[in-house]
Design a protein around this ligand. Structure first.
Ligand code: PFF
Length: 490
């Protein structure tokens, strides 16, 4: 391994370029696609509040720790954690942070690319005016048709992975930096234009209420785990993406403000996306709990009704695509940087990482069609006439359609819930591995690195601020994550 890895991967032109790259990584499908649909599934306001608390109490402190670790060692997360674990004589377990992150990265990239493929399809549909004047039923049928076609999904998934590969192979400077500089502001303007539109819809108040009205009875343990997991996913934390980007950050720049800007922008984009989508959902009498299809069944209808909707709709989906693209690149970067440090050329490293993630992605492709009935962790809840649960059964694996048929014969009302392969990839990474990575990062930075070296690297504006952050990273963040994970799993 060469001594100076700065030359190997490069350094961002300035702190602002880092901010741009980190925002590019953070703002993605998580904000525009995932946040609205999980908020819908978990009941709105109560979920949003927990999510905001997670971002503040856990996400922001952990983000600072990740950048700090990356910049300290200036290597890929795997080598960064191996080196720092030895340097600070921490238990070997902490060296596993980088490896665990790489594994999470492969899984996340695999399903991220499939979903981004849907966006590609919608760019095409929008541009050809397919949704002009469309009703909700057409949008639902179109989305259903897309999911039912594994070949089409695979082609789209492949195209998106190629887009990602082309940029990664060329390195971070050429292409990515310049493109982002132009496109991120445009993304903002477009979101604001859509917000302006949603403000004029009759469903705006209902949408606002849904997002911000706190109804504690809707808060379940699962919702809290999902909110915590999502705060990691949306801020790109817990798997080394931000650590890898931190490794390219110019030395000596203070971290506090940088982290706050990234966290603030990311949260704002998610809330604005919610304020665009929910009013439209309610205006068109659609269900907020529609799941992953929320954005694909509601926005096209609204956009199709807008004068100039073809242009606005196309631009909107192009921009979501760009947001997904810049995030996907950051998901692959830790593994690619690791392979480069191992002596592979960047091109070969890219082919290796993208091919593996592509192959895993086929699991997600089939989760929406051929394998959709094969589910794991299936609970069958028997409901009485009032809709209350009166009994339940659990299966580690079940063919859900057979189960339904069997229950029809028995009679009675049942609710059957399980996880497809996509659900498992998503839940395992977002709700378990990312928070676990976060806990280990917090414990390592808070308890094993010396106070002085952390303080020197963080360069916060005041001693007081540093003390607050250190308290959060030593006690609050790990305790909160462990508590949530423990409750969720046991
Ligand atoms: N933050 C991205 C999003 O919200 O879409 C997704 C993501 C990027 C997750 C990078 C994890 C990661 F390391």
């Amino acid at each position: 391994m060469k001594a100076d890895h700065r030359g190997m991967h490069g350094i961002w032109a300035s702190r602002w370029t880092f901010i741009l790259a980190a925002v590019g990584s953070a703002v993605g499908l998580g904000n525009i696609w995932k946040f609205p649909y999980i908020t819908g599934e978990y009941g709105g306001g109560a979920f949003v509040l927990v999510y905001l608390i997670c971002v503040l109490a856990v996400g922001i402190p952990v983000m600072m720790a990740e950048i700090l670790l990356g910049r300290k060692a200036r290597m890929s997360p795997v080598h960064t954690m191996e080196r720092l674990t030895t340097q600070y004589k921490a238990p070997k377990l902490f060296a596993g942070i980088g490896w665990m992150g790489a594994v999470s990265g492969f899984f996340i990239l695999s399903f991220y690319s499939v979903i981004a493929g849907w966006i590609l399809y919608y760019v095409y549909k929008m541009a050809t005016g397919f949704f002009t004047g469309a009703e909700g039923a057409l949008a639902e049928a179109t989305f259903g048709g897309l999911l039912a076609n594994p070949l089409r999904l695979t082609v789209l998934h492949t195209l998106f992975m190629l887009l990602v590969g082309v940029v990664i192979a060329r390195g971070i400077h050429r292409g990515l930096e310049n493109t982002l500089r132009l496109l991120m502001p445009v993304l903002f303007v477009m979101l604001l234009v859509l917000l302006g539109y949603s403000l004029t819809t009759p469903g705006f108040e209902q949408g606002w209420d849904f997002l911000f009205r706190f109804e504690p009875e809707k808060l379940t343990t699962e919702a809290v785990i999902v909110a915590l997991g999502h705060s990691f996913f949306t801020l790109s934390l817990g798997m080394g993406a931000i650590m890898a980007y931190g490794a390219y950050m110019p030395a000596g720049q203070p971290l506090g403000q940088t982290v706050l800007i990234v966290g603030f922008v990311d949260t704002l984009v998610a809330l604005v996306a919610g304020l665009v989508i929910f009013p439209i959902v309610f205006t068109h009498g659609l269900e907020p709990g529609a799941g992953p299809g929320l954005m694909f069944q509601t926005l096209p209808v609204a956009l199709g009704a807008l004068p100039g909707g073809v242009v606005i709709g196309t631009v909107f989906f192009v921009l979501v695509l760009i947001a997904a693209w810049s995030s996907a690149i950051s998901i692959a970067e830790p593994a690619v940087a690791w392979a480069v440090e191992k002596g592979f050329s960047r091109a070969r490293a890219t082919v290796f990482v993208c091919s593996l993630a592509w192959a895993l992605g086929l699991g997600t492709v089939f989760s929406f069609n051929d394998w959709s009935q094969n589910q794991a962790f299936v609970t069958v809840t028997e409901l009485n006439e009032a809709g209350d649960a009166v009994g339940s059964e659990f299966y580690l694996y079940a063919a859900v359609d057979d189960l339904k048929k069997a229950k029809e014969v028995t009679g009675g009302t049942y609710e059957i819930k399980g996880k497809t392969l996509f659900d498992i990839f998503d839940f395992l990474t977002t709700n378990i591995l990312l928070p676990l990575g976060g806990v280990l990062i917090a414990l390592f930075t808070g308890w094993f690195m010396s106070r002085s070296s952390v303080e020197d690297e963080a360069r916060l504006a005041s001693q007081h601020l540093f003390a607050v952050w250190r308290f959060m990273i030593r006690f609050v963040s790990p305790a909160a994550i462990l508590l949530v994970l423990y409750n969720g799993l046991f």
